[in-house]
Design a protein around this ligand. Sequence first.
Ligand code: G6P
Length: 610
Amino acid sequence: MCGIVGATSERRVSDILLEGLKRLEYRGYDSAGLAIIDKNQKLQITRRIGKVQELANAIEASPLDGTTGIAHTRWATHGGVTEANAHPHLSDNEIAVVHNGIIENHETLREQLQALGYVFNSQTDTEVIAHLIHHERKTHGDLLTAVKATARQLEGAYGAVVMDTRNPERLVVARSGSPLVIGVGIGENFVASDQLALLPITRKFIYLEEGDVADINRTNISIFDQNDQPVERQVVESESSYDAGGKGQYRHYMLKEIYEQPIAVRNTLEGRIANDTVLDDAFGKGASELLKTIKHVKIIACGTSYHAGMVASYWLESLANVSCSVEIASEFRYRKSYVRPSSLLVTISQSGETADTLAALRLSKELGYNGSLTICNVATSSMVRESDLAFMTRAGTEIGVASTKAFTTQLTGLLMLTVALGKYQGMSKQQQSAIVSALQTLPTKLEESVSLADELEKLAHEFANKEHSIFLGRGNQYPIAMEGALKLKEISYIHAEAYASGELKHGPLALIDDDMPVIVVAPNNELLEKLKSNVEEVRARGSLMYVFADKNAQFKNDDTLNVLNVCHCDEIIAPIVYTVPLQLLSYYVALVKGTDVDQPRNLAKSVTVE
Ligand code: G6P
């Protein structure tokens, strides 16, 4: 999704802005642009379709020399991918704006502004903001007042940064529904949609709240809340490592992040287990008060995080005696739902900023839940700030658009939640201890899973020329099959569908022929025999099968059956352990196909618009 970087400094800012944009590339985008105010107080702007490198090349050929500037990576929503639609957008060559989010009343505003004589050069909703600020500045004379007046007229979501040639050392920013962070420097200040963009230049951050407007120059930052009252927001020292932006020895971030899973899970468990049980405080200080009231859980999430929620529903109902339903956030937020008494609303989100999940969390506050918990990877995110409780997944920054370590750490957190809730619903000490022991073996089991990489690399060549595939799983491995199919779709662009194995004969069997590979996730649990029958049903129809099975499951390799032996593990943690070979399969298929693994086409890492 779109990225924003802004800077006001004594030094030339174009390199800082370009570096920031590069660090935000992982979010997904299709064009990029940068504007500065030069020493003659004139706006200079360069925009390019495609990669940030294209923009960097253009700026190298024709440098933009200025000490205040804004830059943007755009992920098209309103208007096609063209240079004219790329940000920054200008009004009268005096006002420049970059914006994340969607302005819902842009058509009405556009008509009003056209009636006032403004000419539009793009199809974007953002250009409306630029002209409106220009118009308001004529009335109010001052940029800050003009931005505040504009913000009051905007419906929808925005994180916007504004420059004005009449105030060449000033950035005015506004946040509503789309995150913005101010980076505090010495004699210089910055702004970005994600702190990652600014880590090379500062570690001190101010996270703006909903409705905030901030007036920033080199030495001063003034913030006004949604009621236009001056407010002090805390300056937070970031602990994120600077290197989070680097690929290290790996060819892609995705591969690096797959390999980081054992350590990410180890970090997620650390300090949260004692006396053979999970500490309630892992979910936030004083979490016990809320957790002990809970008999039902509603999980809301999108994409990969939704699959984590689906696995959790099997755990919560079978192990914790807590009923659980899981719903896609974009569905939940627009329907009338029934809330059972004693319910906990759980959101799962790597970023903590996904627009639909955040909207669902906000909506839930009016619906009578006992409280809310988010399972999240970004401590400073909106979801963490707005939930009653938060479990931090400690996966470290995830850059690859296709989520890997965030997913396995979410699952780890959800299994811990199963214990935390279960102990108030009669889960025995023995059962708690059994789950905790299984959790403690996870880092080692994940290391064994990752070591299957070479085998999967070989296997990947057989998939690369396929156009379709089917993934099968039963029980809590059904969502893992769904996640495997999603990974393959996302990065290799091969059409992949997942089915609960028992559903095969109710339709999908019609698709099976020798050109349709079928991937089966088959741990050694009580459903194994049933799964074996499903495998035979498919084999009888001539399909080529790939079975990811426990060493002890006794599947035999032959012409039509490829068996990949996954390490033996406790069946409670099997969904987490089996995820890894599926991630690796997708990765290597994408590699053979030569796709853009870390930034697959049309996708964004963090979807902050509806
Ligand atoms: C995007 C990403 C997915 C992610 C989903 C939900 O679609 O590409 O990888 O699973 O958003 O994101 P969240 O940050 O809420 O987990």
